[in-house]
Design a binder for this molecule. Sequence first.
Ligand code: RIB
Length: 312
Amino acid sequence: MDIAVIGSNNTDLTTYITRMPIEGETIEAPDFVIGFGGKGSNQAVAASRLGSEILMLTCVGDDDFGRMYLRNYVDNGISTDHVKQVSGTSGVAPIFVDPESHNRIIIVKGANNGLLPEDVEAVADVIADCSLIVCQLEIRMETTEAAILLGERLGIPVLLNPAPASPELKLELASKCRYFMPNESELALLTGMPTDTDDQVCEAAKILLDAGCEHVIVTLGARGVLWLSNWGDKLKIEPVNVSPVDTTGAGDAFIGCFADSVVRGLGVADAIRRANAYAALSVTRRGTQSSYPDLAAFSNWLGEGEGADASV
Ligand code: RIB
């Protein structure tokens, strides 16, 4: 296995709206789509479509959403051997996407809360064969902590995407991760520092570097990506110019492609450039996993058309 992803799955219930209703108001929306999402599984599916072999450790419910999700892993070349099933409802995410392609997301964790620290320990011998562990914060904090500590014990690098932002995440735990990959608001919450400008982002990132992270890679949405390492690397990568239709899951596309790139042996700067291009392509399509291209489609886009300017 290349990458162990220890994280969530949600069924995304996406409504494309013209505007949000005000209190007490009922309005009509033009479109609605059910899709596969959840930050952990999104990252796993992106990396799998790009060719990485994935160990997916997650938990679904015993409902139709859970059963459909098991099929989705198989369809994406991901084994369900380590997908736990508990009684109750699977994770869901009502999502609202506005005409400017911005999204608002609510998560109901459901069965994701059923993934426990002992489930991580139970597959430690399989995780030991992986080159990278990828975590987010959409499952119990103690389970993510068990995954990070297992990585430390086995000497396997850990990539932590601290999303959704959580005050429960402690700097001491985050600093055990080789790759810490927040957006600017997640970085602000963890460090207590402002992150409105690039200089402020750099100051906040230094707290993580000083604490022990090797690489802090901050996604800044329309402002691009900032990378700082504790060897003195500092790089700003500008966003790729595309016409977005739905930005949901773009951050997960970025992480999944970055993880795939690192296990393929790319250096961090090249991995960021490639992930930046992959995320840009994803926002030109609707949905989360439904917007992630496979390796052939991505390579084709990079070689021709708009993606040819992506400087990967
Ligand atoms: O990052 C996007 C994801 O956030 C969606 O797929 C939704 O399920 C929530 O987890």
